[in-house]
Design a protein around this ligand. Sequence first.
Ligand SMILES: [Zn+2]
Length: 238
Amino acid sequence: MPEDWNRALAIVAHPDDLEYGAAAAIARWTAAGREVAYLMVTRGEAGIDTMEPERAARVRQAEQRASAAVVGVEEVEFLDHRDGVVEEGVALRRDLTAAIRRHRPELLITLNHHETWGGVNWNTPDHRAVGRAVLDAAGDAGNRWIFTDLADRGLEPWDGVRWVAVAGSPQPTHAVEVAQEDVDRAVASLAEHRAYIGALSDKEPAEYAREFVTGVMDMLAGQTGGRRAVAFQVYPRG
Ligand SMILES: [Zn+2]
């Protein structure tokens, strides 16, 4: 996994998307002094069956901020796209381009944009739309003749994105080895999504989170020589 970078921006559809895998790598990076910011395209308001959207949006934003803080991420932003019906297209690319130009990251992180998680587990429309738009916006951000109104507002082109790393991809190309303390922080980070987990599972959030996070890593262990790691599909640029 590329290590010669200072700033990353993680762009995903929903609160919790990073905590189901990528957070252990993010914990390791922030501990090493790198800056990572989060941008959620929605507020996750359609994610809890038993909670109406207006309240769910508030609860899930708070859970996401707490979750980010556990892995050393202080900046968490939310766009106003509707949870569940995110449309891949120019409007989304424009919003992501603006964010990339503001943050000026060398590394973009997103979640699986493929049709499945591998095999026959179909991915959700929001994940597909956002992941593909992140890959597109990495280029848009560097072109001054796309979204010229952004440049007029002072958002100068940023052609410095060198990689887009896709977490949860069924076709991983790279892996970040993580230590026990990174795994522990990733577990604590996922466990902050208390209301969300409470609606999904009867388990305690901490127990649910540990089973999930270590379960994903154990599945990958065959490919990493038994070491704990977070896998990404990396698209290099330039
Ligand atoms: Zn999601």
